[in-house]
Design a protein around this ligand. Structure first.
Ligand SMILES: [Zn+2]
Ligand SMILES: [Zn+2]
Length: 130
């Protein structure tokens, strides 16, 4: 995988706070800094299984049109996943093992910058019309 030349997707500093559980902090080559909670990263896990699950959830949400379900949609209680361990993969990604047993997610810096939770990045990277 080629290293992205875009300075917005090149990390200058990466801190993964596994022990304190506060998440991941990345400062990018363009000076922007991003903070990710582990639970957010778990939700945005880019692995095939999670992609699949997200697809199914969307399909389910579409199928369950108003009036078609006798049960009101109750949010299920799930403990927030935290990181069990994390490591840097080469110079292009970080890999995180979560407390819910999931560990196949490899977060490339390219992906991480794209999912930066701030409004600025949402506009810059996620404003593509679907
Ligand atoms: Zn996953
Ligand atoms: Zn951002």
């Amino acid at each position: 995988m080629p290293i992205p030349i875009d300075p917005r997707k090149k990390p200058a500093d990466v801190k993964i706070h596994v022990k304190t559980g506060t998440g991941v902090d990345i400062t990018w080559a363009d000076g922007h800094s991003s903070h990710y909670d582990f639970s957010y990263l778990r939700e945005e896990c880019p692995c095939a299984t999670c992609n699949d699950e997200r697809g199914k959830k969307e399909a389910f949400a579409t199928a369950a049109a108003p009036g078609s379900s006798p049960f009101p949609a109750l949010p299920m209680f799930k403990p927030k996943p935290r990181a069990q361990s994390a490591s840097v993969v080469g110079n292009y990604a970080v890999s995180i093992s979560f407390t819910d047993g999931h560990s196949t997610g490899i977060y490339s810096y390219d992906h991480l910058r794209t999912i930066c939770p701030c409004a600025e990045c949402a506009k810059a990277f996620r404003s593509a019309p679907f």
